[in-house]
Design a protein around this ligand. Structure first.
Ligand code: GCO
Length: 251
């Protein structure tokens, strides 16, 4: 079950954190994975790691806020491999500041990366999946779009929109054989959260509020992405799969 042999996937933000974990999981299950990140050297190293482990991978270094680059990457993938079966629109950034001090330019940057780029990638992927009558789109949302905390208003707004976009596209693309689902991570010890992990009070709060009593491990997100990308998940559509150790289920 959950094999992806013969499938071609594009994963954005794949050089580290949750994106890297998802790219590894898809490759481990047999997919040919196109890994995206802004940093060409970082993504080349990750491609080499997957290849060394016997997987199929190639690099696509571009900034997801460059919508022309997004379109070109999808077109190049189809040109090279004749298909794009799976999109994992994961790349995202964080900016933390009380709203009263939050620079509008930082707000716009977060929205451009976490929402506009995700929308643009979904558009390009749908354009090539539709003729095939099949596709899997997985977007990275956030538990904070379900239960918020202070000082991350741009991130939460962007992720809340991504959760809504998931439902919108699931309804529009479902009839074309394309499912669209969202993975909403809880607190994971990724590079984006290094400052939080290293803050003893915040670390204690996360561990105390999470029923399983720890931060998430990136590989635990990889398994969720591999499932949603699989043939077995054909009847899962418009769903937000929360992977948070029970954090958002608890008072
Ligand atoms: C923060 C964190 C969160 C997590 C994750 C939780 O500052 O609270 O960055 O946003 O990264 O998104 O779901």
């Amino acid at each position: 079950m959950f094999r992806l042999d013969g499938k071609v996937a594009l994963v954005t933000g794949a050089s580290r954190g949750l994106g890297w974990a998802m790219a590894q999981a898809l490759a481990r299950n047999g997919a040919r994975v196109v890994l995206n990140a802004r940093d060409a050297a970082a993504i080349d190293a990750r491609v080499a790691e997957i290849q060394a482990a016997g997987g199929q991978a190639e690099a696509a270094a571009f900034d997801v806020t460059d919508t022309a680059a997004c379109a070109a990457a999808v077109a190049r993938t189809v040109e090279r491999h004749g298909r794009l079966d799976i999109l994992v629109a994961n790349a995202g950034i964080q900016h933390r500041s009380p709203i009263v001090d939050f620079p509008i330019d930082d707000f716009r940057r977060v929205i451009e990366t976490n929402l506009v780029a995700v929308w643009a990638l979904c558009k390009e992927a749908a354009r090539v999946m539709q003729p095939a009558g099949r596709g899997r789109i997985v977007v990275t949302g956030s538990m904070t779009a379900i239960a918020a905390r202070p000082t991350v208003s741009a991130y939460i707004a962007s992720k809340g929109a991504v959760h809504a976009l998931t439902r919108s596209l699931a309804v529009e693309l479902g009839p074309k054989g394309i499912t669209v689902n969202c993975i909403a991570p809880g607190y994971f010890a990724t590079e984006m959260n290094t400052a939080l992990v290293n803050d003893a009070a915040f670390d204690g709060w996360v561990v105390g509020r999470t029923p399983v009593g720890r931060w998430g491990r990136p590989e635990e997100i990889g398994a969720a992405a591999a499932y949603l990308a699989s043939d077995e998940a054909a009847f899962v559509n418009g769903h937000t799969l929360v992977v948070d150790g029970g954090f958002s289920a608890s008072l």
